[in-house]
Design a binder for this molecule. Sequence first.
Ligand code: C2E
Ligand code: MG
Ligand code: MG
Ligand code: MG
Length: 292
Amino acid sequence: AAKNQGRGNFQFFSAEMNAATHERLLLEGRLWQALEQHEFELYLQPQVDLATARIIGAEALLRWHHPELGMVGPDRFIPIAEESGLILPLGEWVLHEATARLAAWRGGDLAHLRLAVNLSARQCHGPGLLPLLDRLLGSQGIDPALLELEITESAAMQDPESSRVLLEQLRARGIKVAIDDFGTGYSSLSYLKLFEIDRIKIDRGFVKDIETDPDDAVIVAATIALAHSLGLAVVAEGVETEAQRDFLRSKQCEEAQGYLFAKPVPLAQFEAMVRTQAQDDVLPQLRHSRAR
Ligand code: C2E
Ligand code: MG
Ligand code: MG
Ligand code: MG
């Protein structure tokens, strides 16, 4: 019986593996074509100022409309793009799209909005990033402060010295820099002293259990206090409940993003959301709490 069970498990496991391998092949095989075929889209997730209850900008998040698999999220294809090297042209496309958006907003009612873009490790440590940014920002006359680049702790720590130089150069240009997924990289906090950054993004993993896990509440409160004492602003990720929002606001966390406010949405929907808010004064999710 044990033998049969073992074999059954093995068959089940290998069927799962085959499915995973099959999906990987479907993704990998099309990835390079996908860029040419315009199968990628940038979704925007609003970032909200917790004190004023206004949308101040958005994080750009990649989506892939795969012809067979449907909508594919970045967690499934970014690692493959990293390994295969496609991340460089793909990352370039993302920056191109984001800066084109900032250029389109310039001079209009959306001119105040900031866009945050995720950088991969390869992009950060390659030689092409700064010339690309200079070209994109310069040719379109974009205020560099409206562009924020997000880099994870672990990507930065792959090569601390090259990261230090890169972040210094970004700051020198007036481009904003945020440390993404803060607290998940198992690295020493000493890099905060080494790197020139503007804000940190508290990972969703800590925000999720603020209400139920006293340890997480302490970690989040301490992280905000640490950031503030270093002169850094804080964005909380993955805010899903009013209680989480209220806790963060009580700790003077500046900004938040999460499903409570909005999921990542296509560009037109994001723009409509900002314009509706301009008419209605505030987002419905914030109205109640601000009145208090
Ligand atoms: P990230 O940069 O930490 O982005 C935040 C992720 O959390 C996004 O997942 C977002 O949809 C999700 N999220 C936001 N609010 C909530 C919430 O309230 N609840 C829950 N459950 N999730 C929330 P997404 O879009 O699947 O992106 C996953 C990761 O893929 C990103 O994590 C980022 O590391 C990477 N990524 C996305 N776009 C790009 C890109 O253009 N370039 C690079 N290099 N990486 C990207
Ligand atoms: Mg991010
Ligand atoms: Mg993050
Ligand atoms: Mg993440």
